[in-house]
Design a protein around this ligand. Sequence first.
Ligand SMILES: [Zn+2]
Length: 155
Amino acid sequence: MRYVLDTSAILSGKDIPTDNELYSSPKILDELKHGKMKRRLDFLMESGLRLISPSDKTKEEVKSAAQKTGDIARVSEADIEILSLAMELDAILLTDDYSLQNLASVLNVKYQGIAQKGITKNIKWRNRCTGCGRYWEKMHDSCPVCGSKLKTTMR
Ligand SMILES: [Zn+2]
């Protein structure tokens, strides 16, 4: 089996099946390089973890899906990369991040949780005004009614 690991999967400390093909993105390496988990990453690299960058085209596809679901505010550039990578490699995404799992299911990418059980339904996010409390489907720089900042909430 082919797996793409996100930061949470690498950090989890749980057994990752190293007899499989393991992939991640170089951006993940950037996130972990200076952390205390570097040793774990080194172990995975020695076990055959390969770091590959996905194409810009796939990343754009993932970003536009993330904008539609409202997950864009909660995912990092590294998250976008590993999800794109899982799409390109037709691999299973190993992640405990709900936003990533949600996006994976929207994009028909198989995923598996490490520590938690995967979500069973797609989460829809909404943006709530911190001033007047109105809900907005789209993220605005400020509330179109009262001008206060919006905050993303789970429906
Ligand atoms: Zn408002």
